[in-house]
Design a protein around this ligand. Structure first.
Ligand code: FES
Length: 562
């Protein structure tokens, strides 16, 4: 077989080859395992500290069956895993660390191809960043979304509905008993969150990029077809070796443009803007925020899935899933792009059909005529900011109001539920020091909860602005990723409570109604907040993380530094 990298380990003459074969045989492999067979690594982000990926050892077993049946040798290996629910201060702080773990595990070990098992939010981009840098044949098999929760006749989407119901609970409209029942059923199966959050978005974009078999991304975790797809992917990994189907041949600039278009049609997570920029950067491809906005303006949002729409990932799969959605926007895609099965994207989606137009809307009846995400610029965000317009309140997309500034998230948490908080439905909440360096790690704090005082008045949404990210399952008129961030002296640091802010999504504008001289004057007094780390990985992160519009990768991981 051509392109057999592992022979450099196992077929070396003399003692080195002998010792590698002998020590691997300690795992119980027979002697003929080394006779010309390709080695497929299975990069497993399984962890009991990451519930979304906790079933991936079963998925790995199915991948192994596929590798063996295709004549390969599967070798499963762990990396760190990033469990969204548990890691402090935020999984985003460790995405780059996981990507380095994945890259170096691939690079240092005898494998000819790698199957990437992912699911929870950051695990997919981290694996793709690492695989892109290592650049051997790679294929993505996500664990799939959960099934819908069921409570008192309602179908619950993990994430989105939890947050909505929590607002009812904290304003006394749900009892402790009801809240306890919800806790027991909102995440009732294996798999990642079942709305179009970051996990569903990134696994779908992996498929849109051509890095998964067609139809792979959206199969629910407990569905038997998830295991069948894993087995097929194991076989595909073996085939990819002969064809030398490396990430650099699949994840081209055109493939990333496809991913951006699909992101918009999905109404996908704002986090994808950061992750796609970082993934592309590993291959020397520069994606700008304008690349996203251009495609947003011409791409209709068709996926009627929460938080932008009404349905859940399970429904999206039954309706035909990603291939059906991509078929609907085929004219907006580069259909010639190569994918992991050696076929073009166009060949893969040609016969895919929507089976439920209520879930995958037609082009004539889109959820919105533009894509889910809009990019804003202005004196508050010279390098851009992001809003998920499809999950915002339409009446707030053009809004002018007085700022109320929280210096930190701790201050926000302490004051938010005060009955004296001087805010009303026109106020704009601003929160600083939540960006890549300021928080640090740019946590998903941008969905500033609604002040209880306003919820009690029946006000469910006001404009909120920060340099943080937001969970992909969240909703509301929330401006995120303001760049440069306040902790490095971005203009967000110049806002004072009472200043007027103008948000105009149609005009893509985010402006502080304060003179340039006054903004300069205020920033002249800027003092950076204290550094959070002076040693270890935290220090490496603070020294090298890039700003949001550049993808928050480490500056030394771009190709120029290789
Ligand atoms: Fe893992 Fe939502 S917590 S995807």
């Amino acid at each position: 077989m051509k392109n057999k990298r592992s022979s450099g380990w196992f077929q070396t003459p003399g003692y080195p080859g002998f010792s590698r074969r002998a020590w691997l045989r300690s795992e119980g492999f027979p002697a003929d395992i080394f006779e010309g067979k390709p080695v497929v690594g299975i990069c497993n982000s399984w962890s009991e500290l990451n519930n979304c990926n906790a079933h991936l050892r079963e998925v790995a077993a199915a991948v192994k069956r596929g590798v063996l049946a295709a004549g390969g040798v599967p070798l499963e290996f762990p990396t760190i895993s990033l469990g969204e629910m548990f890691m402090q201060p935020t999984t985003m702080m460790f995405r780059n660390l996981m990507s380095m773990d994945v890259e170096e595990s691939i690079r240092a070990n005898p494998m000819d191809a790698v199957v990437l098992l992912c699911g929870c939010d950051k695990t997919t981009p981290a694996q793709l960043m690492g695989a892109a840098s290592a650049d051997i044949p790679a294929i993505v098999v996500p664990g799939g979304p959960m099934l819908a929760g069921q409570w008192q006749g309602q179908r619950l989407g993990s994430g989105t509905d939890g947050r909505k119901l929590f607002d009812l609970y904290r304003t006394g409209r749900l009892t402790d008993e009801e809240w306890c029942e919800i806790e027991g059923c909102i995440a009732r199966t294996s798999g990642h969150c079942t709305v179009m959050g970051t996990a569903s978005t990134m696994t779908s974009l992996a498929e849109a990029l051509g890095m998964s078999l067609p139809g792979c991304a959206n199969i629910p975790a407990p569905d038997s077809r998830r295991m069948a797809m894993a087995e097929l992917s194991g076989g595909a990994a073996v085939d990819m070796i002969e064809q030398d189907l490396k990430p650099s041949r699949i994840m081209t600039r055109e493939a990333f443009e496809n991913a951006i278009t699909v992101l918009m049609a999905l109404g996908g997570s704002t986090n994808a803007v950061i992750h796609l920029a970082a993934m592309a950067g590993r291959l020397g491809i520069r994606l700008t925020l304008d690349d996203f906005d251009r495609r947003s303006r011409r791409t209709p949002c068709l996926a009627n899935v929460k938080p932008s729409g009404e349905h859940l990932m399970e429904d999206f799969f039954y309706a035909g899933g990603l291939p059906a959605l991509m078929n609907r926007i085929g004219d907006l895609l580069h259909t010639e792009c190569l994918t992991v099965n050696g076929k073009s994207l166009g060949e893969n989606i040609r016969t895919a059909q929507s089976r439920n137009d209520a879930v995958i809307r037609s082009r004539t009846q889109p959820l919105s005529t533009e894509g889910g995400i809009a990019i804003l610029y202005g004196n508050l965000a010279p390098d851009g900011a992001v809003i998920k317009q499809t999950a915002a309140s339409p009446e707030l997309l053009q809004h002018r109001g007085p700022a109320y500034v929280f210096e930190t998230r701790d201050e926000m948490t302490a004051k938010l539920d005060s009955d004296d908080l001087p805010v009303d439905r026109n106020s704009i909440l601003v929160m600083r020091n939540c960006g890549p360096k300021g928080a640090p790690g740019m946590p998903e704090w941008g969905h500033i909860p609604m002040p209880r005082k306003l919820l009690n008045q029946g006000v469910n949404d006001i404009v909120r602005i920060s340099d943080a990210r937001m969970s992909g399952v969240s909703y509301g008129t929330v401006v995120l990723h303001v760049s440069p961030e306040s902790a490095v002296g971005g203009p967000l640091a110049a806002i004072r409570t009472g200043d007027e802010i103008v948000l105009d999504v149609a005009a893509r504008k985010l402006e502080l109604s304060v003179s340039p001289q006054e903004i300069r004057h205020r920033l002249g007094d800027f003092e950076p907040p204290p550094r959070h780390y002076d040693r270890g990985y935290g220090r490496l992160f603070l020294d090298h993380v890039t700003q949001a519009h550049l993808g928050c990768d480490f500056d030394f991981l771009a190709p120029d530094y290789r």
